[in-house]
Design a protein around this ligand. Structure first.
Ligand code: SF4
Length: 306
């Protein structure tokens, strides 16, 4: 039996799933490395937003969920964001609910912080570079000042103990910024997640032109340890004077991370459901257009890729 099938079998009594809600495709950035959460969207195509609350409700009725992350595009510019977050908090008060943002809209972030001051959300803020030129080269925008403002807001709010900085590690491009990025995260009292890049059909050409790709996880951990961080008791985590750096791998067979990754469903802005399968990290959309198919059948069909 393969490792992943064995993992599923042993977890079959009560597997808990993470849902990634890909709430929209819109984004003010145009990152060179964007892998579009595996969905082939055209920036100009129109779509109707599904009722995410009801989709999550349906999912929760057939499978246990422990965590929800809103992503995109840029989730903070999703117009019905606040009603969706409030609805999720109301229906699933004990769920670990969070957002991955590029930090480009500090004003909207402030609204979210004020709305959820007493029940803070988990926030991942992605920063590919602290250097203006490099930031521009990677994101095709000049909005680093807005991103830095968002970091300030998080640091000063009740969200600070629930936030991380995400740093996409691009070997030969921004990798030499790791010391600066770790110092920045540390000064802001925020853990740093160093992300191994997901390469797929959407970003592979651009990455080839930059002469980079998905860096070896061992290289990333060596660079972190060169900064004086030591392995902590948590897998893929390193610590120095109380500051944590975690390495988030694309696919890390035979580790807990691997199994966590493969219990993640994506619910898309166009109503599709997706799941990663096999070792390739490709997200396979499942057709939900058949009116005779129940939601349980759809989820069960998606699980065949596990
Ligand atoms: S911020 Fe995220 S969604 Fe937007 S272009 Fe960059 S990688 Fe893609």
């Amino acid at each position: 039996m393969s490792i992943k099938k064995e993992a599923l079998r042993t977890n079959q009594t009560c597997p808990e799933y993470t849902l990634r809600l890909v709430v929209d495709k819109e984004c003010p950035f145009d990152c060179i490395y964007c892998f579009q959460e595996g969905t082939n969207y055209s920036k100009s195509s129109s779509h109707e937003n599904p009722d995410f609350l009801s989709l999550v409700d349906k999912f929760a009725a057939v499978r246990p969920i422990s965590k929800i992350r809103l992503t995109g595009g840029e989730p903070l510019i999703y117009a019905p964001l606040l009603p969706l977050l409030k609805g999720l908090k109301r229906k699933f008060p004990s769920l670990d609910l969070g957002i991955t943002t590029n930090g480009s809209t500090p004003r909207i972030l402030q609204n979210v912080i004020e709305e959820f001051t007493d029940t803070p959300l988990h926030m991942n803020i992605s920063i590919p570079s602290l250097n203006e030129e490099m930031f521009k080269k990677l994101t095709n925008t000049a909005r680093l000042p807005e991103v830095l403002s968002s970091v300030n807001q998080l640091r000063e709010s009740s969200f600070s103990s629930h936030a991380n900085i995400n740093f996409i590690f691009l070997e030969g491009v921004n990798d030499l910024e790791l010391p600066e990025m770790s110092a920045f995260a540390r000064v802001n009292n925020l853990p740093l997640k160093v992300m191994q890049l997901t390469v797929n059909e959407f970003n592979s050409d651009a990455l080839r032109r930059l002469n980079t790709g998905s860096a070896n996880q061992r290289l990333i951990t060596e660079r972190i340890q060169d900064l004086g961080y030591l392995p902590s008791q948590h897998p893929d985590s390193f610590i120095k004077d109380g500051h944590i750096i975690r390495v988030i791998g694309q696919v890390a067979p035979q580790t807990d991370q691997y199994f966590r990754d493969y219990k993640t469903f994506r619910l898309y802005y166009d109503g599709r459901i997706g799941i990663c399968g096999d070792n390739d990290g490709i997200i396979r959309p499942i057709n939900m257009d058949n009116p005779r198919q129940t939601f349980l059948e759809v989820v069960t069909e998606a699980e065949k890729f596990l």
